[in-house]
Design a protein around this ligand. Structure first.
Ligand code: ADP
Length: 437
């Protein structure tokens, strides 16, 4: 599922980037293309207004023969074209003006080509080089003594050829460079996108897996009380004639099942609520010492029932920053666990002290402790170190996970330490309010 998602993301990303890149490169290429072609066209056009020397007596008919013109003529000896061929109205070669040395047949071939397709803008290949040409009617200008100018069309045409091999090669090289750069960039982009997409998806995939595991674990936990209730209901139904009084044992088991389900539902609800409120925790100064004392007082009886010796040292008046109810919830979870997992006739030592800018609550209970391998997992949802044993104690493995979520919300810290066969210690610390002593 996540691979598909990643691939979709990659395809989208790559196609967007490719489009932008293709557009940018196309603009670069076509701007260069039109510049080069514009330049070629300009050179061909410039040459078309070439001036030619008028022979004496070649006076245009529209001029007054009484006022012979002051011929100001010059021949453009260095035109921007490579060669030009003068032809008559039937395409016969009259003269060739060329700056390069080529055999006569080539000029003849060039003239035939140009004459057959006078308006073509395509390049033609001659002698292994590329040429563009223009066919223009020849004209000459006559400038009269008073400055008046006349353009006189001749019955001849000029076939102008421009060597565009280098220009076309430059364009081709530009195209190849753009393609190579584009392809290289796409490959680099693909590799980096893949890397970052994988990295971005990892935490989502992990969270998704965690969520799936959570649902599976919750369903599994629900199965136990449901099967207890079903089994006892069947027993009750099988003895319908019996009085309620005589069925109390099965009813008691039913109650255990409903109690267990209620506790699980409450724990799940607490977790869901905590996660919902993750972003909006209001931290206020509150008397952590009083909160700890109240919680301990409310649970002392449980310790006494198990014959556990409970010793406490609570520094009074410690004002912490957080939420009193939530802090009490954490203390209650830790104390409840200590009572649950302490060995019979064992002992619990708890303390609340100030260390640097934090108030630290620490609770140690004697007992079998937690194996070193299990210690990092105790805060995971539904984790129980010894399932068979802790099941009797009635836990779902959600208490410490709730405690950790609350602690994170309050900006505090929670840690576990244990020596197998001896003791387990949990510490929970919160920041002290700035105005606290
Ligand atoms: P549970 O509801 O099972 O107590 P918790 O999340 O509170 O769930 O605890 C997870 C597991 O960590 C427990 O099942 C138990 O194995 C271990 N554990 C927690 N607190 C203690 C403790 N004080 N002493 C020994 N083991 C503990």
């Amino acid at each position: 599922m996540f691979t598909k998602l990643r691939n979709k993301f990659l395809i989208l990303n790559m196609s967007m980037t490719s489009l932008v890149m293709i557009a940018a490169f196309a603009v670069v290429y076509f701007v260069t293309y039109s510049n080069i072609h514009g330049e070629i066209q300009n050179r061909l056009n410039a040459q078309s207004s070439k001036q030619v020397t008028l022979e004496d007596g070649d006076i245009p008919p529209e001029m007054d023969p009484e006022k012979p013109p002051a011929f100001v003529r010059h021949v453009s000896s260095e035109g921007p074209v490579s060669f030009d061929i003068e032809v008559d109205a039937s395409g016969r070669i009259l003269a060739v003006n060329s700056f390069i040395d080529m055999p006569d047949e080539v000029y003849a071939q060039a003239a035939a080509l140009a004459w057959s397709q006078p308006n073509s803008h395509e390049a033609v290949t001659l002698e292994g080089r590329k040429w563009r040409y223009a066919v223009k009617p020849m004209s000459h200008q006559v400038i009269r003594g008073d400055g008046q100018q006349y353009t006189v069309l001749e019955d001849k045409y000029s076939l102008m050829f421009l060597d565009v091999t280098d220009a076309y090669r430059t364009l081709f090289q530009l195209l190849m460079t753009l393609l190579a750069v584009g392809l290289g960039m796409l490959l680099i982009l693909l590799a980096t996108s893949l890397f970052f997409a994988n990295r971005a998806i990892q935490p989502i995939a992990a969270a998704w897996e965690k969520q799936k595991q959570f649902v599976a674990d919750a369903s599994h936990e629900l199965k136990t009380p449901i099967s207890i209730m079903n089994a006892n209901y069947d027993v009750l139904m099988a003895h319908q004639e019996e009085t309620i009084g005589s069925q109390l044992k099965w009813l008691g088991y039913l109650k255990i099942g409903t109690d267990r389900m209620t506790r699980l539902a409450n724990d799940l609800l607490t977790l869901a609520k905590l996660e919902d409120a993750q972003l909006e925790v209001r931290k206020q100064p509150f008397d952590l010492s009083a909160a700890v004392q109240e919680t301990v007082a409310s649970m002392e009886k449980l310790a006494m029932d198990k014959n556990i010796r409970l010793r406490q040292h609570v520094e009074p008046g410690l004002i912490a920053l957080g939420d009193a109810d939530k802090a009490k919830q954490v203390v209650a979870i830790l104390l409840d666990n200590a009572i649950k997992y302490a060995d019979a006739n064992g002992r619990i030592d708890l303390s609340l002290t100030k260390s640097k800018r934090r108030a630290a609550f620490s609770i140690t209970n004697s007992g079998p402790g937690i194996a070193a391998d299990d210690l990092p997992k105790v805060f995971d949802r539904f984790f129980r170190a010894d399932r068979s044993r802790t099941h009797d104690a009635g836990g779902f493995g959600l208490g410490l996970s709730i405690a950790r979520t609350i602690t994170e919300q309050l900006g505090g810290e929670i840690h576990a330490h244990s020596v197998e066969g001896e003791y387990t210690t949990f510490t929970f610390s919160l920041g002290i309010a700035p105005r606290s002593p």
